[in-house]
Ligand binder design. Sequence first.
Ligand code: NAD
Length: 448
Amino acid sequence: MYRISVIGSGYVGLVSGACLADFGNEVICVDKDKEKVERLGRLDIPFYEPGLVEVVERNVHERRLSFSDNLPESVERTPIVFIAVGTPSGPDGAADLNAVFDVAREIALSMQGYRLVVQKSTVPVGTGRRVRETIAKHLKGDHPFDVASNPEFLREGSAVQDFTHPNRVVIGTWTTRAASILSDIYSPLYLNETPMVKTTVETAELIKYASNAFLATKISFINEMAALCEAVGADVQVVARGMGLDGRIGDKFLHPGPGYGGSCFPKDTRALVGFAAAAGVDLRIVRATIETNERQIDHMLDRCEQVMGGLAGKTVALLGLSFKPNTDDVREAPSLKIARRLLAAGAQVRAFDPVAMPNAARALPGLKLGTSAYEICEGADALAIVTEWNEFRRLDLERIKGLLKTPVLIDMKNVYSPERVRALGFRYVGVGRPHPAGSSPAVARAAE
Ligand code: NAD
């Protein structure tokens, strides 16, 4: 059993803390946000994450998990300290590391005896070294310590399962003492034969960025292929399947759509390009991935405009606000980018999401929200599906057709079969799917 504090109780810190407590450790989840800590004390989870409340409740009742806004006291009581604070994009796209260094300073001032400080936040290569320097500079007394990197790969929406059944655990250390403590903390995962990648702090830091940039690249790649499919009359769904069946490629992350969003891919790709450039390396592929992703929103807007015959004065019913299903996180969500652009073009937007509406209302004040998928369709000029929550996969399309002013379905996640929807009398627009009659603008032009 280890005594652990996790500093930062957001999506990563709270899930990590609760799951580490579930492994049998005594964990204090710390946050500077007093209101968040108070809510957690009442077992009121401040965000939507399936399965998390059960793990939190179980471990609070077993007295293995507690919450605090008192970092010094928590660090005094726990030899292991995980840092899981946010590292958002700064104005120039670089990761804003203020919270990380604030916490490093505070840890230094509160240390009593050996401390292992584990960086779980996603941070540019070299941050671990700077955290070590920061702690050494502010340390009160002669306390030994190690700094390690243990990047997190959990996905919102399946975070508990991902933390407890990860594809791999990456442990970056400079000393055998730190490596053996971290391996031991994760030893409950040996039962699942989870691979452990043990390396240096710098390499561990880069593994996280390289992984996210690669996944983002897969998404931008298939979105480019989707644009080509639209131009030449091919079907990207079948292209993706045909590619994905090749084991070297794999079928994951080959889903065309309005582009990637969320709290990680956009900020991590930007930060990676920035710190690589500072090291004299031009990451052209990652730059192209970012550019393609930004263009994808323009492309979606163009498609809306084409199918609706202009945007000004039109009303769009927008389904799905979270950046992906099963989370309430709307950070850099394509839905909000699209809503902002529609509003700027003079359209009205009415939106619905099963759980993300409170966050969306904070991020985009004035966004009109409805109480159901059907309510927002009433009198609208088109229905646009942006996030593929399961409950949007089997809508009563006959009913929706009756509610819409004009039967237009803009299916940005290719949830529906174009043939079926068109047979119901809708005008249908997907992403990278052939136009009716099997032709496409480019193919038609070539045939002339
Ligand atoms: P988050 O914004 O949900 O949570 C961060 C928390 O840190 C907040 O509750 C905030 O109040 C707290 N905090 C900030 N400064 C603090 C301080 N000085 N002292 C104490 N608490 C402080 O962020 P998140 O989504 O959990 O991400 C955290 C890190 O993990 C980021 O670096 C992110 O890139 C990385 N990450 C996120 C995910 C994900 O899916 N969200 C996945 C893998 C890695």
